[in-house]
Design a protein. Structure first.
Length: 150
């Protein structure tokens, strides 16, 4: 996937993160791409829906609906933040071969583990993603710690 497409799809994930923030939620967004087309999008909705599991990646996969194993094997998951253990487990469960991460400075999930399991992980270190999360964490430390299980 070329840089222009990566930027386009990460921008869509950032749009989802902003949507979550505008709903007084945690600003993390995700999109699932198959054949250069977004088939699912989502944002962290733990606060909005009182959910224990609706991280951005989980919401994105849920919104993509049922897909075949072949579809997942041809997909790329974009997330504005490094996926946590739960979301990384979904990547492994469904055989998603590539994850493109906006940033892992503010939080790093088990990237080495998924890399060891054959998933290609690309971290963009996107300044917008970093700034959005740094501000959120600074302004909402208790909520952030709840989201990451601390």
């Amino acid at each position: 996937m070329d840089d222009e497409k990566i930027r386009k799809f990460m921008s869509a994930a950032i749009e989802e993160a902003r949507k979550g923030l505008s709903e007084e939620g945690i600003p993390i967004g995700s999109v699932l791409v198959i054949d250069d087309k977004i088939v699912g999008r989502g944002h962290n909705q733990r606060m909005q829906k009182g959910s224990a599991v609706l991280h951005a990646e989980m919401d994105c996969l849920e919104n993509a609906g049922r897909l075949t194993a072949k579809d997942y094997r041809n997909s790329v998951l974009f997330s504005t933040l490094s996926p946590c253990d739960m979301c990384s487990g979904a990547v492994l469960l469904y055989g998603i071969p590539k994850v493109i991460v906006g940033e892992n400075k503010t939080f790093q999930g088990p990237e080495q583990y998924v890399l060891n399991r054959g998933v290609v992980v690309t971290v963009l270190n996107d300044p917008e993603c970093i700034e959005m999360m740094e501000k959120f964490i600074r302004d909402n430390p208790a909520l952030w710690n709840e989201d990451i299980g601390e």
